[in-house]
Design a protein around this ligand. Structure first.
Ligand SMILES: Cc1cc2nc3c(=O)[nH]c(=O)nc-3n(C[C@H](O)[C@H](O)[C@H](O)COP(=O)(O)OP(=O)(O)OC[C@H]3O[C@@H](n4cnc5c(N)ncnc54)[C@H](O)[C@@H]3O)c2cc1C
Length: 400
């Protein structure tokens, strides 16, 4: 009998397992894949995400992989350009965008070192339910006889299409339809820094990543998906040419693509019920938003810790386990409401007039731009930056 079984061993699952094991609990962590394994995701980690890695003693291991430091960001919306970086956040004065084949094994190793029992290549196919309460999982390796493991709580950290969520019937209680799709790949030979530019109904994001490679990603509205896919290679290059023509020249002349193009239509933005008798959801399984703000990984870290703290209270008998986990959901939702809305809005790739005006205000004012970078970094609450009086102050300055 385990204290906890965690399904999914990436940004949410490995940390929650690690943090529980560090408190002395017996934890089983399973994933159907074996690390290192890539996944469909780009990989910009915000300062508030790196702060968690630092607190957990894992940031040094990430830095030691040679992933390049990012200390400058250029973000633009049509003609409004902001350039700079956030203030240091508890000493974190940079960001990284490691490949998931680099980051996820470090997280898993952190869990293993903490004493978590890890089963890779293990697919959960069924939840074990006793008198309405989830008490374990059944699954296995390929066609092998299924194994059954039991625990006081089963945590689904198994991504936006969560099997655990489907099995318990966890409902989505807030959702905003996805607006866009993405295509991305990796190049060598490019000299550039982090930039993200939304042009007219399309976006290009570029940043340095592991192995001296550069990620180039494009986003477009979902309505253009079928048309784009008639010739993804040509369509991709056309978006780069339209949005950042000077970079497109470098891409063609100096860049060598070293991976295939990967494309995906985003799932809808949602909050999903994340607690119930004997179960919890964390990471994208419970809360998913448009990746345009690059917060999914960092949020998974923060929410893994929030959940581990609550589960530990329950396992220690300080309070009822299910009530403690319900608290986790409330705290998560309260802390993310404004970021959720912001990601869905920006994901439309055409900003509403007021947000357009905020971008224009920031492009002419270093203080506003710095505040915005601090929001992205996790140092300034979005609620404060987007508070009506602050928006009026910024936009009023533009009008004046
Ligand atoms: C195109 C794209 C770009 C993105 N870019 C960024 C970015 O730049 N920055 C950022 O912060 N976020 C980004 N995100 C979001 C980020 O990828 C997610 O928020 C993050 O991966 C969530 O982590 P997770 O651990 O919750 O789930 P996942 O990373 O999805 O991991 C879930 C794991 O569960 C396992 N699993 C599933 N079902 C089972 C089962 N039945 N049995 C066993 N194992 C199972 C899977 O194998 C997988 O390993 C992006 C997402 C996409 C799609």
């Amino acid at each position: 009998m385990y204290d906890a079984i965690v399904v999914g061993a990436r940004c949410a699952g490995s940390p929650v397992a690690m943090l529980l094991a560090r408190r002395g609990y017996r934890v089983l962590l399973v994933d159907k894949v074996t690390q290192p394994s890539d996944t469909v995701s780009t990989h910009y980690v915000q300062q508030y995400g790196l702060r968690k890695l630092d607190e957990w003693g894992l940031l040094g291991r990430l830095a030691a992989t040679g992933v390049p430091a990012i200390r400058r960001m250029t973000i633009s919306y049509r003609d409004a350009v902001i350039d700079g970086f956030a203030d240091p956040l508890d000493g974190i004065d940079l960001t990284y965008a490691p490949r998931r084949t680099v980051l996820d094994p470090i997280l898993l190793e952190g869990a293993r070192t903490a004493g978590v029992e890890v089963r890779e290549g293990f697919t959960v196919r069924e939840l074990v339910v006793d008198d309405g309460r989830v008490v374990g999982v059944r699954g296995g390796y390929g066609a092998e006889e299924p194994a059954e493991y039991r625990a006081k709580i089963v945590i689904g950290a198994d991504g936006s299409q969560s099997f655990v969520a489907r099995s318990v019937g966890a409902e989505i209680y807030r959702s905003i339809p996805a607006a866009s799709f993405v295509y991305y790949s990796y190049w060598t030979g490019l000299r550039t820094h982090f930039h993200s530019r939304i042009g007219v109904d399309q976006q290009v994001g570029v940043w340095p990543t592991s192995d001296e490679q550069t990620l180039v990603a494009i986003m477009k509205p979902i309505a253009r998906w079928a048309e784009f896919r008639t010739d993804p290679e040509a369509s991709f290059l056309q978006v780069v040419k339209d949005v950042v023509p000077e970079f497109a020249e470098q891409l063609v002349d100096a860049g060598e693509r070293v991976a295939r193009l990967t494309g995906i239509r985003y799932p809808d933005n949602f909050y999903r019920r994340s607690h119930g008798p004997g179960w919890a959801l964390v990471g994208d399984a419970g809360y998913h938003k448009d990746p345009i703000t690059g917060q999914g990984i960092s949020d998974a870290f923060v929410h893994a810790e929030l959940l581990a703290d609550r589960v530990a209270e329950g396992l220690a008998g300080e309070r009822d386990l299910d009530e403690a986990v319900a608290d986790y959901e409330r705290a998560r939702d309260a802390a993310t409401a404004s970021a959720f809305q912001f990601a869905a809005t920006i994901g439309e790739l055409t900003l509403p007039p007021q947000l357009d005006a905020v971008f224009t205000a920031m492009s002419g004012n270093d203080e506003y731009a710095k505040d915005f970078f601090n929001v992205i970094a996790g140092a300034l609450p979005g609620e404060q930056f987007f508070a009506p009086e602050n928006v009026a102050r910024m936009v009023g300055g533009v009008r004046a």
